[in-house]
Design a protein around this ligand. Structure first.
Ligand code: NAP
Length: 503
């Protein structure tokens, strides 16, 4: 751990482009214009690497939300977006992707300042990921369509029946802080391709890249009111969006607790709901692996993005015969993952999003220790003004401990031993969640057998958290409802209409 104590965690100076974005007057993006809020309330924006306030954003009022929803409603109802030739929607989306690409470095820096993640990582993962979501979904604008289907009970030639796919309408989209721009683009891309209109609310901790995206929305040529971006608190602005009678669909990514609340709140008006929620993803290491190659991968499964990943490999199950070596190999990655300020070019792990989340993660580590867990790596926080937590491995844990059962959402993994396949499948499924799972083995048969047993929306083999816009993503059990990405992602923004005409 000596390497960690000698690292300077001073934040680096911001670029001129970042300073300009940070000095933006708090405003909301409605009808392709920057408009003032109906009241004066604002929310501070903090750089988690130094704990300083660096900007302020609007805390949207009910009136602000109503104004944004009215803009999206009008834009949907007069068909200014959905009635355009699909080719035009496709091209407009690609123009937005082009603009994002042209400003990729600025977006990566803003994400690093706002979220605390390393700029290098934002530039390698978040920003290209956001762009590919838009590019892939743009193509669906011209590919969705219905079917002509002969009825089962009616004689041939007596009716003509077909289905059409129609955009679901006005969408309220609410995203979390862990991959702010990527999550926002993951939501807006299928909705835009389907012909829907949108009110997007980023997390109150990380709104900077969504606001900067709004500048590009107008430049790309989207008609006014198609994509409105507001900032504010979830329990006020988010709640208003979810309950608003003029909203047809809610798409939410965030915690299971808030997801359950949103699902209830959307029911009165029978809104369509897609929920991408929390996880406590198992990672299983079989006895046949090459430990030297596997341990860094398993460490990356939890320490990437400081463990603030819905599919973070936070429960490690290593076969008894390799357990000690795997844990030792993971511990050797400590210098690589040592937390640094987000604009430090050597950073692989940055800060935790906020003091509140930092204290929550440290609280879990302390609870684990109190419950009898031993620390095999980390277990503490480095000094400094930022919200850093050292990458942590807890061993000597049991399935009843809170560190094993609950989503910590930080760089903390609990490591357990197992002896056979059925036992580890049972342990892997011993959770309310079902978002992701990793299996590490050279044996293809074992891989398939275990993949079939684990109840999870995605299973990775010899890798972790690989996400691709063409592949459906979502959760079993309390990890969510519905799927995003791939064809399933666009379907979530379409209604099916059946037309039956008697001839
Ligand atoms: P969160 O507290 O649930 O918040 C997520 C979003 O919901 C924020 O924009 C928040 O607003 C808003 N919100 C809060 N209360 C609301 C309400 N009553 N009505 C409407 N909106 C409300 O989650 P988080 O802490 O930001 O993110 C971490 C969680 O997200 C973890 O559980 C993680 O697993 C999950 N996640 C899941 C996926 C996935 O794809 N399954 C991906 C990433 C993250 P404010 O924060 O601005 O108040």
């Amino acid at each position: 751990m000596n390497e960690m104590t000698t690292i300077s965690r001073e934040q680096r100076p911001y670029s001129e482009a970042a300073k300009k974005a940070l000095s933006r007057k708090p405003a909301l993006f409605i009808n392709n214009e920057w408009v003032a809020s109906s009241h004066d309330a604002t929310i501070p924006v903090e750089d988690p690497s130094c704990g300083k306030e660096v900007s302020r954003i609007v805390d949207a009022s009910d009136k602000d939300v109503d104004r944004a929803v009215a803009a999206a409603r009008a834009a949907f109802d007069d068909g200014r977006w959905s009635n355009l030739p699909p080719m035009v929607r496709d091209r407009t989306m690609h123009r937005l992707a082009d603009l994002l690409e042209a400003h990729a470095d600025e977006f990566a820096e803003l994400e690093a300042i706002d979220n605390g993640k390393p700029k290098g990582m934002a530039g390698a993962v978040d920003i290209p990921g956001a762009i590919s979501q838009i590019r892939f979904m743009a193509g669906w604008a011209s590919k969705v369509g219905g079917e002509t289907t002969a009825p089962y009970t009616m004689p041939a030639g007596t009716v003509f029946s077909y289905t059409v796919k129609e955009p679901v309408g006005v969408c309220a989209q609410i995203v979390p802080w862990n991959f702010p721009l990527l999550m926002a683009c993951l939501k807006i891309a299928p909705a835009l391709a389907a012909g829907c209109t949108i009110v997007l609310k980023p997390a109150e901790q990380t709104s900077l890249t969504a606001l900067r995206l709004a500048d590009l929305v107008a430049e790309a040529g989207f008609p006014a009111g198609v994509l409105n971006i507001i900032t504010g608190n979830g329990h006020t602005a988010g709640d208003r969006m979810v309950k608003h009678p003029d909203v047809d669909k809610v798409a939410f990514t965030g915690s299971t607790e808030i997801g359950k609340l949103i699902n209830k709140n959307a029911t009165d008006t029978m809104k369509r709901v897609t929920l991408e929620l929390g996880g406590k993803s198992p990672v299983v290491v079989m006895p046949d692996v090459d430990v030297a190659a596997t341990a860094p991968g398993v460490a990356g499964a939890i320490f990437f993005n400081a463990g603030q990943v819905c599919v973070a490999g936070s429960r490690l199950y290593a076969h008894r015969s390799v357990f000690d070596k795997v844990v030792e190999g993971m511990a050797e990655t400590a210098p690589f993952w040592a937390p640094r300020a987000s604009l430090d070019p050597e950073a692989h792990m940055g800060a935790i999003i906020s003091k509140e989340q930092h204290d929550k993660v440290m609280g879990y580590i302390e609870a684990g220790k109190r419950d009898g867990a031993s620390v095999a790596m980390g277990g503490d926080a480095p000094s400094g003004n930022g919200y850093f937590v050292n990458p942590t491995i807890l061993v000597d844990v049991n399935p009843q401990m809170s560190v094993v059962r609950e989503e910590i959402f930080g760089p903390v993994v609990v490591a357990q031993r197992f002896d056979d396949l059925d036992e580890v499948a049972k342990s892997a499924n011993d959770t309310a969640f079902g978002l992701g799972a990793g299996i590490w083995t050279k044996d293809v048969a074992t891989m398939h057998k275990l993949a079939a047993k684990i109840k999870s929306g995605t299973v990775w083999g010899n890798c972790h958290a690989m996400i691709d816009t063409a592949l459906p993503f979502g959760g079993y059990k309390e990890s969510g409802i519905g799927r995003e990405q791939g064809k399933a992602g666009i379907d979530a923004y379409l209604e099916t209409k059946t037309v039956i005409i008697q001839l």
